[in-house]
Ligand binder design. Structure first.
Ligand SMILES: NC(=O)c1ccc[n+]([C@@H]2O[C@H](COP(=O)([O-])OP(=O)(O)OC[C@H]3O[C@@H](n4cnc5c(N)ncnc54)[C@H](O)[C@@H]3O)[C@@H](O)[C@H]2O)c1
Length: 342
């Protein structure tokens, strides 16, 4: 049994990772400040984590110091972060403080209290300016948007701490993740959460551009399988977590629509105000670059998972249909509960 800390444990990925670690018999400590995520994510059929989660900020230095000195963690899964792209554009100082400074705080705690490993949640968004596909771990064209910039910078700190102190840090670059617990309630949910929410509410979802843009989607259970396997790493590593295949947004829409028994067609909109819920990003004197917005909407993502396969003997197992079925079932329960609360 290992002592493991999961930050961001009330979020989509962190909650399910914590649950799997608990099922595996590990002594797992959950931590989240609930700036995103939810208490409902902590309720599982066989366990309820709501009472035991530490409701704390990773930047609460006194608390974190005390936690590390008392618990003597073996492994830290640093999953917490500000994830929505428009939120990072809209509050850059906070995004850097949480995503970059927060990661350095975790690395420094790992260093001083002797945890054996840290595993860091990074993103395929760092490849936003890449033009060679599938994207490989060794080649990143520096990103332009603030969210991937914070993650890319944090990756550099992971490498620096690993080089200087020999801490085996593993950077996981997640492709687009989907599965139960995906956020479907926040202002700008990920595309699957958005489509499910709008169809559930009887609205017509708006897809930007033609819907033919292709993305690499990885199911959350497959991601967790790999996040557990990389514990065998003994030195710094960067690993793509992806299927290595792409699917169009239109195809995703079709599968979700079928699973939900709806026959609503999507509306297609110009890229123009993709983040319409964030009008301040389009305000003078420096409105967000149209070119960058367009690139973000139509971008193609496909990440090689060759390194994960060869080094860690991992392969994604879940089909898109099965993954979407589980996502739809879970999200509809969340949406129903949210409706009942109103
Ligand atoms: N979901 C995806 O498709 C995806 C893709 C690539 C990378 N990632 C990365 O994976 C990680 C988890 O993503 P997710 O989809 O579960 O996001 P999420 O928003 O559901 O979870 C992140 C959690 O971190 C918590 N958090 C934020 N700031 C914190 C702070 N200062 N102190 C403590 N907790 C804090 C939030 O409250 C939230 O519960 C993130 O770091 C994200 O950048 C996610």
């Amino acid at each position: 049994m290992s002592k493991i800390l999961v930050t961001g444990a009330a979020g989509f990925i962190g909650s399910q990772l914590s649950h799997r670690l608990w099922q595996d018999g590990e002594e797992v400590t959950l931590l989240d400040n609930f700036s995103y995520g939810s208490k409902d994510n902590l309720i599982f059929e066989d366990h309820d984590f709501r009472e035991e989660i530490c409701r704390k900020d990773i930047r609460d230095l006194d608390f974190m110091e005390k936690l590390f000195s008392e618990k003597h963690f073996d492994v830290v899964y640093h999953i917490a972060g500000i994830t929505p792209l428009p939120d990072c554009q809209n509050m850059p100082v906070e995004a850097v403080d949480v995503n970059v400074r927060g990661t350095v705080i975790m690395l420094d705690l790992v260093r001083r209290y002797g945890a054996k490993q840290m595993i860091f949640a990074s993103t395929s968004a760092v490849y936003e300016n890449n033009t060679d596909f599938p994207s490989v771990e060794s080649k990143v064209e520096k990103p332009s948007l603030l969210y991937p910039s914070t993650k890319y910078t944090s990756e550099q700190f992971c490498k620096a701490f690993s080089d200087a102190y020999g801490i085996p840090v593993v950077v996981l670059r997640f492709a687009n993740v989907f599965g139960p617990h995906i956020d479907c309630l926040r202002t700008q949910p990920p595309v699957m959460g958005y489509i499910i929410r709008e169809l559930f509410r009887g609205n017509r979802p708006v897809l930007h551009s033609t819907g033919d843009q292709e993305r690499d989607f990885i199911y959350v259970d497959d991601l967790i399988d790999l996040a557990l396997k990389v514990r065998s790493a003994r030195s710094f590593d960067t690993v793509n977590v992806s299927t290595g295949r792409t699917v169009t947004i239109n195809e995703i829409y079709r599968v979700i629509k079928e699973q939900m028994g709806r026959d609503t067609d999507p509306e297609y909109a110009e890229v123009g105000h993709f983040w319409a819920n964030y009008p301040e990003l389009y305000a003078d004197p420096y409105p967000i670059s149209t070119e960058i917005m367009e690139r973000e909407v139509v971008k193609y993502t496909c990440l090689s998972n060759k390194h994960a396969q060869e080094e860690y003997g991992w392969k994604p197992k879940t089909s898109l249909e099965e993954g979407i079925k589980n996502t739809v079932e879970f999200s509809c329960r969340v949406l129903k509960k949210a409706e009942e609360k109103v």
